[in-house]
Design a protein around this ligand. Structure first.
Ligand code: FAD
Length: 458
């Protein structure tokens, strides 16, 4: 009896629990659903997924199988596919947020099939790393220590697939709606993406060859393009699993002491974010510390628009926002600086920034984005305190001392890429230098005064 394997943000054949379970259950129809709501909300991430499809289709074809692509709302598409194919079961992966799958189950079951949603191949099952008292960790460092003591399950090899006797029709493995919704020069962004499962494995191998003891230090230098793995977008669309990365890193040769350990610790941040999001699925909208919902955040406004367009007049902030717009990526240190500037110097609600990152990042991940924004805004469980205000110029001098990163995005090739990617409505002139939006010291004092008033009320 035929079953459907729904490749839901797990766009790979290796270490894919849903695929392994489907293969045991019957002949498999591999399915990807391109959901228009997703293309509208997260266009860069959707387009990044579309770029993974050809590699996935090729991998399946090498096994004599096929990738079926359909457009539409997942519940409707799954019901339709069950009617068309007579499939008795759908195997897919849990979605993020973890609690949002009720409509799917009802649709699949009323079409006459079973729905099995399998855990993502993360390092550990959600909620399994606990304090001695049996509660979830709210602070990263003890979570990391406990995770490090945990056995990480081995990745699952790709199963042999038996094939259905007939194949349903498929749409092309392309997502023009996502490209259109990005509202920016996609070909410019596409140059910064290496898509496909094989490319993700190659990138990991190359990174493990070059990682050194300097990783922890160098990962803060945005001008050093290859100091980090660059795997976040591949992880976000599921071209590679965290477990596969973990085990390869554990078996790799450490060129100098500790680089690999620091890298594993970064992977643990992703895991920590998932545990938090599992516990609080609304954390992309509501402050973890509820009292912060009453802080005097400003809503979306002209300052936020200047921030989005890389026109704050603060070089590190503008460079970062331009990098994200032109490449779909932004260096981690610069994400912290741009986010901090928005929520502290401009006092704009962190959710305005979170939404911008969710639209622009090819590595957008609901859990990591929410946890990191709440960390920067000071309202998360393990957050940088609000009164610790980054000075973006000092950060620039420290982490981009020769201005290579800033010059690239503000004056050189990056600036030209940004100009090519910018929509015509922005009338972007690369020679035009924006005025400083807010005096850094005044902005800092304003944020601290607001914080003092807020802390008194608490
Ligand atoms: P590496 O240094 O090679 O790290 C390896 C992996 O560890 C990464 O691929 C990533 O999966 C994980 N990781 C590293 N740092 C973090 C972190 N701080 N939080 C969670 N996981 C981490 N990352 C996303 O994947 N998606 C997001 O939507 C996202 N939004 C962010 C928003 C803000 C405001 C900030 C400050 C950070 C955000 N991050 C997000 C985390 C981080 O910036 C990226 O994961 C990192 O830039 C990826 O680069 P890399 O793969 O080369 O990292």
């Amino acid at each position: 009896m035929t079953v459907i394997c729904w490749f839901r943000r797990v766009l790979r054949l290796d270490d894919h629990p849903a695929l392994v379970a489907a293969a045991k259950d019957g002949p498999v129809i591999p399915l990807v659903i391109l959901d228009p709501a997703e293309a509208r909300a997260h266009p860069a991430s959707a387009q990044r997924q579309a770029m993974a499809l050809q590699g996935l289709a090729d991998g399946l074809q090498a096994q004599g199988s096929r990738l079926i692509v359909r457009r539409g709302d997942p519940a409707t598409v799954l019901a339709q596919m069950i009617h068309e194919t007579g499939a008795v079961a759908v195997h897919g992966s849990e979605g993020l947020p973890f609690a949002g799958d009720h409509g799917l189950r009802a649709a699949v079951e009323s079409a006459g099939a079973r729905l099995h949603l399998h855990p993502l191949a993360d390092l550990v099952p959600r909620g399994s790393v606990l304090t001695k008292g049996g509660t979830r960790f709210k602070v990263f460092t003890p979570f990391w220590r406990a995770l490090r003591q945990t056995d990480i399950a081995a990745p699952l090899p790709m199963p042999r697939l038996s094939l259905p006797t007939t194949w349903p029709a498929s749409d092309a493995p392309d997502w023009p709606e996502a490209r259109a919704a990005m509202n920016r020069g996609w070909p410019v962004v596409a140059r910064h993406v290496q898509a496909g499962e094989a490319a993700a494995h190659d990138r990991l191998d190359a990174f493990l060859e070059r990682i050194t003891a300097r990783y922890a230090e160098d990962r803060d230098r945005p001008a050093l393009g290859d100091a980090t793995s660059g795997l976040s977008d591949a992880l976000a669309v599921g071209e590679i699993s965290a477990r596969r990365i973990w085990h390869r890193a554990m078996n790799a040769q450490d060129h100098g002491r500790g680089g690999l350990e620091d890298f594993l610790r970064e992977l643990a941040w992703r895991e920590f974010a998932r545990d938090l999001f599992h516990e609080a699925p609304g954390m992309d909208r509501a402050c973890w510390r509820k009292e912060w919902n009453d802080f005097s955040w400003q809503g979306d406004n002209a300052d936020a628009e200047a921030w989005r367009r890389g026109r704050t007049g603060i070089s590190m902030v503008d460079a970062g926002m331009r990098e994200m717009f032109a490449t779909g990526r932004m260096h981690n240190r610069v994400r912290m600086i741009t986010a901090s500037f928005l929520v502290k110097h401009l006092m704009i609600d962190w959710r305005v920034g979170l939404d911008r990152f969710a639209r622009c990042l090819t590595d957008w991940d609901a859990a990591s984005n929410a946890m990191n924004w709440q960390w920067v805004a000071g309202c998360g469980p393990d957050a940088s305190p609000f009164f610790r205000v980054f000075n973006p110029e000092t950060q620039g001098s420290k982490f981009d001392p020769r201005r290579l990163y800033r010059d690239h995005w503000l004056k050189e090739e990056g600036a030209r890429d940004f100009a090519r990617a910018a929509p015509r409505s922005w009338s972007f002139d690369p020679k035009d230098r924006p005025a400083v939006l807010v005096d850094l010291d005044r902005g800092r004092q304003r944020a601290l005064a607001a914080y003092r008033g807020f802390a008194r009320k608490e």
